[in-house]
Design a protein around this ligand. Structure first.
Ligand SMILES: *Cc1c(COP(=O)(O)O)cnc(C)c1O
Length: 429
């Protein structure tokens, strides 16, 4: 697979290079030179294919020149070992549940696939790699769980002390082994800025192999296309007018859907659902992207003021706003509507949406038409029990695996929000 840097089109790299580098130079992103169109055979055979076979077919389209098919099979089997079931609320409204992975959010798809390919390519080298991740919650647990016990890779997570939920904290501070959690006396932005400084500090990069795992990494983006095809497979009949609603923050999930559409996914339109951090929804109505500081909402994984996959989307559509607005609409949903939607859907269909999925559902309703709709449900509602209790008057059970975590011992290293302390920590491990 070849990718180019959208800020410097003569820079062409392989998948492996893009995977290890993460971001391209000059603030650019790596974009596939070519997005392959799936064959008629793929679509004809789809109904008799397992989810793993779908993942294999899609990833082969991109990676067959860099990973032999037997190895790719192993990578898929090890990483995508949970399903994405499609639930029917009505004949026309379907929910694609993306939370059946180990950390109960769709980020498991991207993080687990990325960790497998990372370890696969690492086998050729023997220098240890340190993955630095600043996290405000969900990304940290998905990445930590995905890279747990991977050979030759150490994960260092920075998180703001006292600013994430107990459950989120336990999900990455109780693993041990190659996962270290640094509890920073500061905010999420402080954590992010420490990580950024480390990447450009020559004294550190001279002696340590650093890498990142954030949502612009192509290794996380590619596997997010898989479940769009799984959704279509479960639809039974293909509708002439299908819309897919994607709860959106940094737009990784939506970008993957748009790539799937270019590969031939039979969908008419995507709806991008944002909370009141509506920078992208505003762009879709005005044609003008105006980043701003994010504010805290109930759907906190989408509290993004400057969505980092934005320029990948415009690039895929040849930077034409007309082409983008032909298949993309955006709506912004506030917390009040999020709560009332959770409550309404529970009463009407006996189904509990998480706050992110509820933003999606409310956006789909705003779109106000009679097409066939699939809404992506990006997290398990039990992760947001405080909100769920407010909306439906009761808590829901956490899946067994996660419940155990609460009783495990937290292990973290406390650091001041001070780059010299962080640097000396890195130089001495
Ligand atoms: C990260 C996340 C999102 C936003 O996804 P993007 O790819 O950043 O747009 C939505 N919902 C949940 C639960 C998430 O963790």
């Amino acid at each position: 697979m070849k990718l180019y840097n959208n800020k410097n089109k003569s820079e062409i790299v392989s998948f492996k290079e893009a995977l290890f580098k993460g971001a391209a130079g000059g603030g650019g992103l790596y974009v596939p030179v070519k997005i392959p169109l799936l064959s008629d055979e793929f679509w004809k055979g789809l109904n008799n294919t397992s989810f793993n076979d779908i993942c294999f077919e899609i990833s082969s389209q991109f990676l067959s020149d860099e990973i032999p098919s037997e190895d790719l099979r192993t990578i898929i089997n090890n990483s995508i070992n949970f399903d994405a079931p499609l639930i029917s609320l009505t004949a026309k409204i379907k929910i694609l549940e993306l939370f059946h992975g180990p950390t109960l959010a769709f980020k498991d798809f991207g993080a687990r696939f990325m960790a497998e390919v990372f370890e696969y390519f690492k086998k050729e080298e023997n220098k240890e790699t340190y993955i630095l991740v600043a996290t405000s919650g969900d990304t940290g647990s998905a990445v930590a769980n995905a890279f747990f016990k991977k050979t030759g890779i150490k994960v260092i997570l920075l998180y703001p002390s006292g600013k994430i939920s107990n459950l989120q904290e336990k999900q990455f501070t109780t693993l041990g082994e190659n996962i270290t959690a640094l509890e920073i006396e500061g905010t999420f932005d402080d954590c992010q800025s420490l990580v950024k400084k480390a990447f450009i500090d020559k004294e550190i990069t001279d002696v340590k192999n650093l890498s990142s795992a954030n949502s612009i990494n192509i290794g996380r983006l590619l596997p997010q296309t898989f479940y769009y095809f799984r959704a279509i497979q479960q639809l039974k009949e293909i509708s002439e007018n299908l819309k897919i609603t994607v709860p959106s923050g940094n737009l990784g999930n939506l970008t993957a859907g748009l790539i799937a559409k270019k590969m031939g996914l039979p969908v008419n339109e995507f709806i991008s659902a944002t909370n009141i951090n509506s920078v992208f929804a505003d762009f879709l109505s005005s044609g003008n992207l105006a980043p701003r500081k994010s504010v805290i909402t109930l759907s906190n994984a989408m509290d993004v003021g400057n969505p980092n996959n934005y320029s990948r989307i415009t690039e895929i559509f040849d930077n034409s706003f007309e082409k983008i607005s032909n298949i993309l609409t955006g709506y912004s949903i506030d917390d009040e509507k999020t709560l009332s939607t959770i409550s309404k859907i529970y009463n009407k269909y006996d189904y509990i949406l998480d706050p992110h999925g509820a933003v999606g559902f409310a956006a789909m309703e705003k779109d106000n038409n009679i097409s066939m709709n699939i809404i992506l449900e990006t997290a398990h509602p039990a992760k947001f029990n405080e909100t769920i209790k407010k909306a439906v008057g009761k808590n829901i059970e956490l899946p067994h695996m996660i419940k155990e975590i609460i009783y495990k011992e937290k292990k973290s290293i406390r650091l001041k929000n001070n780059f010299e302390d962080f640097k000396s920590y890195l130089l001495n491990i």
